[in-house]
Design a protein around this ligand. Structure first.
Ligand SMILES: C[S@@+](CC[C@H](N)C(=O)[O-])C[C@H]1O[C@@H](n2cnc3c(N)ncnc32)[C@H](O)[C@@H]1O
Ligand SMILES: [Zn+2]
Length: 274
């Protein structure tokens, strides 16, 4: 299912080890995932979301506030999926969407061959725990350890979009689904954090390597009833890295927040001839 990150040939599992025919081997961790990120390609010792961020994300996602997004993703994938689809969650995080999508496909009688990739070892470990039936790897989205044309549906929720890599791994007739923030996404949170909040810029979401098939906007409101959940959501956002002290202080005092979720779900297909 994965490629050797050193020589780019197929990895074959035997027992708890994945091995390529050139003798490079990678052990499965106790939780069932594999680390395919060569040490010399790591920008830091523990790249991606750290333990606190992964825990915050799990707390927030399990509260159900983004379940409508997960349900919409599931509907989109189920409508596009052929029999036994090969699915890749590119930037799977802690596995919330992966586990729910797997269950939805299985319930629809179309159990997938499911893989997930993320650069955060903590996140991948959690994802492998949520979905033991899936294959999960620590790797970079910019150099996927995945064979050309081997994925039917690749999706990406709020993770870096490496369209060239996603187009490379898609099979003919394959689809890529991306979730992006729309204009009003989390505006009430920004109103607390910043003196002058701005709406997100509306973009065309065009990608050179892939052709847009469909755009769906999903907007709804939800309420967070504890500071812990509000802070958990904050930690998941890019604002976490660039909020003035005043804004963080105001958020620390907030115990209840009604807020808008506003997403674009954009479906792409490979361009002709690719
Ligand atoms: C905003 S989070 C989204 C995670 C998940 N899709 C979700 O919505 O819960 C972005 C994810 O991208 C991962 N990430 C960032 N840069 C990456 C890279 N170069 N390769 C793989 N994953 C990366 C982070 O570790 C993090 O889990
Ligand atoms: Zn190898």
């Amino acid at each position: 299912m994965f490629l050797c990150p050193i020589c780019r040939t197929d990895l074959v599992q035997s027992g708890r080890t994945l091995r390529c025919h050139n003798g490079h081997s990678f052990d499965l961790a106790a939780q069932g995932y594999v680390n395919l990120l060569p040490a010399n390609k790591m920008s830091s010792k523990a790249p991606g979301d750290n333990a606190e961020m992964v825990n915050g994300r799990t707390r927030f996602l399990d509260s159900g506030s983004y379940q409508p997004l997960s349900d919409a993703l599931n509907r989109t994938v189920i409508a596009l999926a052929a029999d036994s689809p090969r699915i890749l969650d590119a930037g799977c995080g802690e596995g919330y969407y992966a586990a729910r999508l797997y269950d939805a496909l299985k319930a629809a009688g179309n159990a997938p061959d499911f893989s997930g990739i993320d650069i955060s070892k903590r996140a991948v470990r959690h994802a492998a725990g949520r979905l033991p039936e899936g294959g999960f790897a620590v790797a970079s989205l910019f150099e996927l350890p995945v064979a050309e044309g081997s994925v039917d549906i690749c999706y990406n929720i709020f993770s870096p979009v490496c369209a060239g890599e996603f187009a490379r791994v898609l099979a003919p007739g394959g689809h890529f689904i991306a979730v992006y923030p729309a204009a009003r996404h989390l505006f009430a949170l920004k109103e607390i954090l910043y003196e002058k909040p701005y709406e997100n810029e509306e973009k065309s979401f065009e990608l050179e390597e892939l052709e847009i098939e469909n755009r769906e906007r999903l907007s709804y409101s939800f309420t967070l009833n504890s500071n812990e959940l509000i802070e958990s959501l904050f930690m998941m956002t890019p604002y976490y890295y660039k909020t003035p002290v005043d804004g963080s202080r105001r958020l620390a005092e907030c115990e209840r927040l009604s807020i808008e979720a506003d997403f674009w779900i954009v479906t792409y297909r490979r361009r002709n001839g690719r």
